[in-house]
Design a protein around this ligand. Structure first.
Ligand SMILES: Nc1nc2c(c(=O)[nH]1)N[C@H]1C(S)=C(S)[C@@H](COP(=O)(O)OP(=O)(O)OC[C@H]3O[C@@H](n4cnc5c(=O)[nH]c(N)nc54)[C@H](O)[C@@H]3O)O[C@H]1N2
Ligand SMILES: Nc1nc2c(c(=O)[nH]1)N[C@H]1C(S)=C(S)[C@@H](COP(=O)(O)OP(=O)(O)OC[C@H]3O[C@@H](n4cnc5c(=O)[nH]c(N)nc54)[C@H](O)[C@@H]3O)O[C@H]1N2
Ligand code: SF4
Ligand SMILES: [Mo]
Length: 705
């Protein structure tokens, strides 16, 4: 039997809308939802078929038999696994209090389910991956604009100039936005790209600055200086909505383009020419504040400076600028119901909200729980449930993380794959893949808000379950079932849509429900008061929250250290055909890119006797990890750093394609678990140094035994 199902892609967390064709319970075709994406899809999205067909994933619940990480598993039924977890959670709650349990997830539109679970259990400790992703950018925006990183939509299509600092749009994909960048270029728009190496985005750019690693802040300060000196800012907008502009003017006095050029290794003339272009294009100039953001000690301030540049452009709430997302309320729609439970009034174990008051309390900061595990201050952490989150692949130094996690009595992984963390955990609950499961309905904000839903395209191949069922089953056993008021997904949909006038059948025509026909009009620019949720209600160049926390709002620039002789700074990024670490074993994507390489500057390589294609040995600063990989010798990378694609070097033996393929950047990031940004909250992932030498190992042996 043939059918066509509208759903939401799950091959990465961009969650593009898709249409899936299925015949006899087999996927025959996947494309982007033609109503929204013109059928476009990336390679990873197409490889969803291979994900379903892959046998090298957990096929039923597993309980650990041997030591942690030994790989000896007992196959158990779902009720046995639920009972096992519930029993242990109850004991931990009785012995140490409910707050000793942490639940981490990948955030996103379904997080209310995970938050409800952990809050109803009695713990405030919900967290997510973001301390290794967008937290610095998020906090930078929060401190300036009073809204987080999702507080603006970038109207790239209508912009005249997009400026990206390491926001590598054509490898680190978001299909809709990447297409918008192409549309903008087609219309004659300009793209300025800044990176320490040349990239897919850099080669399409109209201007490319190759900077010395870690000097973005200097370049942004030089740009601000020139823009202010030439009076190229929106005075009216600043007078009306911005505080601290005078302090900014005095602060940037010393940071001239000539100074910035020296610091970054670019030409002063090029910075000035760039500003000439900005003068022509403003206000339709967007400075992308970064997503993952290359992360050095001062990247929070670099991102803050990029947000400030947007404010100077006066590009907020204009076409081709930064648009405030419109929600259900703007369409006169009262919204859908989501699972909910108030957060228990207990201090968070990571210190966010009481020790660190300037951070967003929502998901806190995952890496700060390690301290609590080690010191039992403010209280012991005894269990960790990782739902679609792989702490060992996501945070630096898994070798050290294991020491801390060993203080826990229960580690649970809810995952579609064997994650590195899952392989070390006590229980693996295999979630059905996104093509084999339904998810709750979600509201997508934007210029055209809509309701969207992921629908099951085919029956699960193995004994796996959807998240909504896993959490309901666990909740029932923990006596918090009332927070999950449904038995089937249909009942959940009905409950979510109650009172809206819509039914789940209304999603069948296009896969989503549009809450408005036309894009909602922009807000009146004279009436933006109330949109900036800072303590003063203004865009705060001098942030009262930062100042209260004893942190400067405008931090004097400090030049990054040069790596010592024989060492390189390790930088990382994405490939267009992989998602972090979880597609490395995908049979189709593995074929496209089976291993990563080490990019190294041609002159630096020559000094070490390394030629393109040679095998090189890359070793962590404290020698805790070393891997062998092919060198990609190129002039298009700064000589102070080497670069690799994140996600490789996996060590789960049951993943035969990914096992020891390539090197792991996070395992090379020795010592970085405590190297985090006090202002931005995120881990300084780019502060890792590595040794590189030509390998004397047998290049034909990929797996070092
Ligand atoms: N060294 C280094 N560290 C990094 C990065 C880097 O480039 N270098 N990148 C950082 C960034 S930007 C991010 S966002 C994080 C990402 O960090 P994570 O979110 O932890 O990584 P992922 O590999 O995307 O996915 C986590 C887990 O989710 C599982 N998963 C995938 N789909 C599903 C599903 O449908 N259901 C369930 N239950 N599980 C699923 C995967 O199998 C995987 O084990 O890593 C960060 N850490
Ligand atoms: N194909 C694919 N697309 C993805 C993802 C994926 O896994 N695969 N993940 C998604 C996620 S979760 C995220 S967070 C985004 C991340 O997407 P982006 O934020 O665009 O970032 P990265 O891919 O992490 O790329 C980081 C870039 O920073 C550069 N860099 C290093 N040091 C410096 C420096 O000092 N200055 C500057 N200017 N650049 C520097 C690196 O060379 C690299 O090119 O991608 C998303 N899209
Ligand atoms: S960017 Fe690709 S993998 Fe990610 S959701 Fe979209 S189609 Fe899927
Ligand atoms: Mo990310």
């Amino acid at each position: 039997m043939k059918k066509s199902v509208y759903s939401i892609c799950g091959m990465c967390t961009v969650r593009c809308p898709i249409r899936v064709e299925v015949e006899d319970n087999k996927v025959t075709w996947i494309e982007g939802n033609p109503h929204l994406l013109d059928s476009a899809l990336c390679a990873k999205g197409s490889a969803g078929v291979a994900l379903v067909n892959d046998d090298e994933r957990p096929r039923q619940p597993l309980i650990r038999e041997g030591g942690r990480g030994a790989g000896r598993w007992q196959k158990v039924s779902w009720p046995t696994a639920y009972d096992y977890i519930a029993e242990r959670l109850k004991k931990i709650k009785a012995d140490y209090g409910p707050e000793s349990v942490v639940l981490s997830s990948r955030g996103g539109p379904w997080q209310s389910m995970y938050k409800t679970f952990i809050h109803a259990f009695g713990s405030p400790n919900y967290t997510n991956h973001d301390c290794t992703c967008g937290r610095n950018t998020h906090h930078a925006s929060l401190s300036l604009n009073g809204v987080g990183r999702k507080g603006f939509i970038y109207d790239i299509k209508n912009a005249k100039h997009l400026v990206c600092f390491g926001r590598n749009y054509f490898a680190s994909l978001q299909i809709a936005q990447s297409n918008q960048v192409l549309d903008m270029l087609d219309k004659g728009g300009r793209l300025t790209y800044v990176d320490v190496r040349q990239t897919m985005t850099g080669i399409k750019a109209t201007r490319f600055f190759q900077v010395r690693p870690g000097t973005d802040y200097a370049l942004t300060l030089g740009m601000i200086h020139e823009i202010i000196k030439r009076g190229l800012y929106d005075k009216e907008f600043i007078d009306r909505y911005v505080s601290g502009f005078d302090e900014l003017c005095s602060f940037i006095e010393e940071y001239t383009p000539a100074w910035a050029a020296k610091e970054c290794g670019v030409k002063e003339k090029a910075i000035k020419e760039f500003v000439d272009e900005v003068a022509e294009d403003m206000p339709r100039v967007i400075f992308h504040p970064g997503w993952n953001l290359s992360r050095y000690k001062d990247s929070f301030y670099a991102s803050r400076a990029l947000h400030i540049l947007n404010v100077l452009m006066g590009n907020i709430e204009i076409e081709g600028g930064l648009i405030i997302p419109k929600g259900a309320g703007d369409c006169g729609f009262s919204g859908i119901r989501n699972l909910d439970c108030p957060k228990p009034d207990i201090k968070r174990g990571d210190g966010v909200g009481w020790k660190y008051t300037h951070f967003d309390k929502g998901p806190g900061l995952a890496h700060l729980f390690f301290d609590a595990m080690r010191t039992e201050d403010p209280y012991p952490i005894k269990a960790w449930i990782a739902m679609r989150h792989d702490p060992f692949a996501c945070m630096p130094d898994p070798q050290r993380q294991k020491l801390y996690f060993d203080n826990c009595d229960l580690l649970v992984s809810i995952d579609t794959h064997y994650s590195e963390f899952g392989w070390y955990a006590d229980v693996i609950l295999p979630e059905s893949t996104y093509l084999e499961r339904d998810n709750p309905i979600c509201l997508q904000k934007g210029t055209k808000p809509r309701l969207a839903v992921r629908r099951k395209a085919l029956e699960p191949r193995f004994d796996t379950k959807p998240g909504w069922e896993i959490f309901r089953q666990l909740a029932e056993r923990l006596d918090i079932g009332e927070y999950f008021p449904y038995n089937t997904i249909e009942e959940l949909y009905e409950w979510q849509l109650e009172g809206t006038g819509y039914t789940i059948e209304d999603f069948e025509e296009k896969g989503f429900i549009e809450l408005t026909d036309k894009p909602l009009p922009l807000y009146d620019r004279d009436k933006l008061d109330g949109q900036f949720k800072t303590p003063s209600g203004k865009i705060e160049i001098i942030s009262s929250k930062l100042e209260e926390a004893g942190l400067p709002s405008l931090k004097p620039y400090k030049s990054p250290n040069k790596p010592p002789k024989g060492m390189f700074r390790l930088v990382y990024g994405r490939s267009a055909v992989h998602t972090h670490s979880h597609t490395i074993n995908n049979p189709l994507l593995e074929e496209l890119m089976p291993e990563n390489t080490l990019w190294i500057n041609h002159r630096a390589a020559a000094k070490l006797g390394i030629e393109d294609g040679d095998m090189v040995e890359v070793t962590a600063q404290n020698a805790s990890y070393s891997g062998t990989v092919q060198a990609h010798v190129t002039e298009f990378i700064h000589p102070e750093c080497v670069y690799t694609v994140h996600g490789f070097g996996r060590q789960v033996p049951l993943q035969s394609r990914a096992y020891h393929a390539g090197i792991s950047d996070q395992k090379l990031m020795a010592g970085l678990l405590d190297n985090w940004d006090r202002a931005g909250g995120a881990i300084n992932l780019c502060e890792a140094l590595v040794f590189v030498k030509k390998s004397s190992r047998n290049p034909k042996r990929r797996v070092e035994l």
